[in-house]
Ligand binder design. Structure first.
Ligand code: CA
Length: 222
């Protein structure tokens, strides 16, 4: 899960980035509205945490522009205390939720989880391919009815592959969704994690689901 934070107060953005990375999210940060909008348009995120008041372009403007351009990435708007009208304005502009500063980090995590659940509830939570299933809510993976225990990175990788099953995903796509955009991830890291996954979900079952498409990337299923 990849998150964009657009927040000009460095103290807050640094704390959020650090905290979210500890929760295994991949995080990019923009300190100015224009940069934030460029990143939101040019990259693919699973969630945008957007401050209301920003240099360059304000949060409400960014919300409106993204929605006008048919970008439906969930947006969590951060507003300052006492700016009640901002909340309404933000939701009208297309934000999915808001949080009033200062807030507890636990509260932010709860909101993020709630926003992640929204589309999943409407599309059916459990992802399946042949005899493999992944339940994002309960953090459970099964093959042939057998429970498989995965690390959080392995889980995120398998979830990404399942959401894009039967098409080839490139290593770059995998890196940008599962790892931090600017962290020093080498394409080799993806191979290593694919290897871990194969050992757990393919090898014991003697039928492979993870296919290597040489020169391109990986595909789950035929
Ligand atoms: Ca601000």
């Amino acid at each position: 899960m990849r998150i964009l934070i657009v927040e000009d107060e460095h103290r807050i953005s640094a704390a959020l980035k650090k905290g979210l990375e500890q929760e295994s999210y991949a995080v990019d940060v923009a300190y100015d509205g224009n940069v934030g909008l460029d990143l939101a348009m040019g990259e693919t995120y699973d969630l945008i945490i957007l401050d209301r008041l920003l240099p360059g372009m304000d949060g409400i403007e960014i919300c409106k522009l993204l929605r006008e351009k048919n970008n439906h990435t969930p947006i969590l708007l951060l507003t300052a205390k006492g700016q009640t009208e901002d909340k309404v304005e933000g939701l009208d502009a297309g934000a999915d939720d808001y949080l009033v500063k200062p807030f507890a980090f636990e509260e932010l995590l709860a909101r993020i989880r709630a926003l992640q659940r929204r589309p999943r509830e409407s599309t059916g939570q459990v992802l399946e391919l042949e005899d493999l299933s992944l339940d994002p809510k309960n953090f459970e993976v099964r093959r042939k009815g057998k429970n498989i225990s995965l690390s959080s990175k392995e889980f995120a990788l398998l979830e990404f592959l399942l959401r894009h099953s039967k098409r080839t995903v490139t290593k770059e796509e995998i890196i940008s969704h599962i790892w931090d955009y600017d962290s020093d991830v080498l394409p080799n890291t993806v191979e290593v994690y694919i290897g871990y996954l194969r050992n757990k979900i393919d090898r014991p079952f003697k039928k492979k689901l993870i296919n290597t498409i040489r020169g391109f990337g990986y595909r789950l299923g035929e």
